[in-house]
Ligand binder design. Structure first.
Ligand code: 13P
Ligand code: ZN
Length: 270
């Protein structure tokens, strides 16, 4: 058996948590990540039949039955993941139609997966149906995007267009735009279902006055989406109170579509 601490998925997960904390997106226990893995990814690092504990999930997710997830723990600090990965992370396998999670590694202090597990798993189920290569769902509290939800309309088209106008590359990185949920109680199946519904049409979902969800084929893609949207929000928060003299026009956005081979969300450009 190989040491699980040398597994590429583990190394990348730890680096990502550390990096997100360094960006200021994950204060205290803020934020959570889930990385979907196949049995072939994990079997050389441990006995997949050795179940440490079975944890009920409180929801069903039949399409994810048998899938493995490396996931951050509830109440755990991203700051600490690099120092004690086996306490702050867990490797689980969903069974019984997704109603149970078998703990195979981690959460050594008796902990369990993030309170946002419903939003993560329901979003995974939606994203793999849109793109079978999707593997990551990531949630965090990026400062400027959060600030923006206090001063900008939450209309999804308007919110997306503002972000696209803040940096030339935004429309290239997230042509699908951002979807927005109004404030809802976090850590519930209801916000999980609402988030997953929004994930049908975009890989970024803003939770107003709370944070952001990103989905991607790997940790880099989900991180990069969040990083780009947060950069745009930062520029917005720097200029929102100033007279706007210049912008990126829709004609220029169309030039970007052509040059980079992307298609902006239907109906979002004139
Ligand atoms: P957890 O500590 O349960 O992951 O919750 C953090 C969070 O950001 C809730 O939205
Ligand atoms: Zn949160």
């Amino acid at each position: 058996m190989k040491d699980i601490m040398t597994a590429p998925f583990m190394v990348e997960m730890i680096r990502t948590c550390t990096n997100m904390y360094a960006h200021g997106w994950d204060e205290r226990n803020g934020g959570n990540i889930s990385l979907m893995l196949e049995e072939s990814d994990v079997r050389e690092y441990g006995d997949v039949n050795r179940v440490l504990r079975t944890i009920p999930t409180g929801f069903s997710a039949p399409t994810l039955d048998g899938k493995y997830f490396l996931v951050t723990g509830t109440g755990k600090y991203f700051k600490n993941v690099q120092y004690a990965p086996d306490v702050n992370l867990g490797l689980v396998k969903l069974t019984d139609g997704g109603t149970n999670a078998q703990l195979l590694w981690g959460f050594t202090d008796g902990g369990k997966f993030t309170s946002e597990f419903p939003a993560h798993m329901m979003s995974h189920a939606v994203r793999i149906s849109v793109n079978p290569a999707n593997r990551v769902v990531m949630h965090c509290h990026p400062t400027n995007l959060l600030a923006m939800t206090y001063v900008h309309t939450l209309d999804e088209k308007a919110f997306t267009r503002t972000l696209w106008q803040m940096c030339t590359e935004c429309i290239v990185v997230f042509p699908d735009g951002v979807n927005v949920l109004p404030w809802m109680l976090c850590g519930t199946n209801e916000i999980g279902e609402a988030t997953a519904d929004k994930m049908k049409t975009a890989r970024l979902v803003v939770w107003a006055q709370h944070g952001l969800y990103g989905a991607g084929v790997d940790l880099d893609e989900a991180f990069g989406l969040i990083e780009t949207a947060e950069k745009a929000a930062e520029i917005y928060m720097k200029i929102a109170h100033l007279p706007l003299v210049n912008t990126i026009t829709d004609d220029q956005m169309h030039l970007l579509e052509g040059r980079f081979g992307v298609k902006a969300r239907e109906g979002y450009l004139s």
